[in-house]
Design a protein around this ligand. Structure first.
Ligand code: AN7
Length: 353
């Protein structure tokens, strides 16, 4: 069942909210024992890449689109670093309404671009960064009366709370730390609202420390000031002026958490670590938290044995170019068994070394 059904009693639904549903949410919470052992902690990954459009954005989008339809919207609009646009385009297609998506030209991962186009959205590449595209989308929404489905839309963050509820239900309580990538800072704010709500309702005994991780080249919440020219390999979080900055700051300070930044190199190395030791392929932005945990461990700032949930926000398949840029090529052979056994024995010798 989708989240509007699973969490009907906790979401702002009315009798006239259409039952939008792509079976989003209810994503796996995977134990990552080999990665956790390396870090000396009990580590879990929330596999948000298993959502229908391949990222966590579907949790907020299903509610935002349902409410937009309820209000009689005739078209949707959003600006995006990629995943919001894929999600918006997907729900617009399913609902049968047009969708305009504004993307920073040349800075969106290939898979996300393919998705938005395939779902049939009008895809507009803006020569400027995400922050500029968002400003344009807001203005155009006002001019043309389109429903704005960026996280400035409060239903987005409301729907995204469901991730925290699922984690509490899977673990029987909140974890000690909640580690999450931070771009526009909506998701960390939504998770914090979800955790505190579950504590208030008596469905969790505690709340976690909120540990937010940004890319060093786009780290306004770490430096404390907007970043006018954000740059990072993790294009999903290439954002200089987070819309939900103040909510995110409150989440971190109320929970006793922290913001930290990690370099592109640390992000890519965490991506390989997660894939090769955990068996999970997540997109670069999603690996910022693991990069951060590795770094905190090296600084002796990662408490031994704590329970940590990382939100693996997007599927690794979204960004094949970045992945191929750091792995080897296939071992190509002729069509003989000798060729095959030769490369297999070579690989086995390599692994044994
Ligand atoms: C994989 O799609 O902002 O801090 O326009 O795609 O809530 O912004 C994406 C953000 C983390 C950051 N991981 O979440 C967009 C967009 C992935 C993401 C984030 C994004 P927020």
């Amino acid at each position: 069942m989708g989240i509007l059904v699973r969490y009907a009693s906790l979401l702002p639904l009315t009798a006239s909210t259409p039952p939008v549903n792509l079976e989003e949410g209810s994503t796996p919470l995977a134990a990552l024992p080999r990665v956790g052992e390396r870090l000396g902690i009990e580590l879990w990954g929330k596999l948000e890449g298993c959502n229908p459009s391949g990222s966590f954005k579907d949790r907020g989008m299903v509610l935002a689109v349902a409410k937009a339809l309820e209000d009689g919207a005739k078209a949707l609009i959003c600006a995006s670093t990629g995943n919001t646009s894929a999600s918006a385009a997907s729900y617009a297609a399913a609902a049968g309404i047009p969708c305009f998506v504004l993307l920073p030209a040349g800075k969106v991962a290939l898979g996300k671009l393919a998705q938005a186009l395939m779902y049939g959205a009008t895809v507009i590449a803006v020569r400027g960064n995400f922050d500029k595209a968002l400003e344009l989308a807001r203005q155009a929404a006002a001019e043309r009366g389109c429903a704005m489905v960026n996280s400035v839309n409060p239903y987005r963050l409301w729907g995204q709370r469901t991730g925290a509820w699922e984690i509490c239900e899977a673990l029987g309580d909140a974890p000690d730390w909640h580690a999450i990538p931070v771009g526009n800072a909506g998701n960390i704010s939504a998770y914090w609202a979800g955790y505190t709500e579950y504590k208030r309702l008596g469905r969790a005994a505690k709340t976690p420390r909120m540990m937010g991780f940004q890319a060093e080249g786009a780290a306004p919440l770490v430096t404390g000031k907007p970043c006018p020219a954000p740059e990072t390999v993790a294009t999903a979080i290439r954002i200089g002026s987070p819309v939900s900055a103040s909510l995110a700051r409150a989440a971190v300070s109320e929970s006793g958490g922290e913001f930290n930044s990690v370099t592109d190199e640390e992000i890519l190395s965490a991506q390989r670590l997660l894939a090769s030791l955990g068996g999970i392929f997540a997109e670069p932005a999603s690996c910022a938290p693991l990069a951060g945990l590795v770094k905190l461990k090296a600084q002796n700032r990662l408490p031994e044995g704590i329970k940590v949930v990382m939100v693996l926000t997007g599927n690794g398949l979204k960004d094949p170019d970045t992945a191929m840029g750091q792995v080897g090529r296939p071992l190509e052979i002729g069509d003989s068994l000798d060729d095959l056994l030769g490369v297999m024995d070579n690989a086995a010798r390599g692994a044994a070394r």
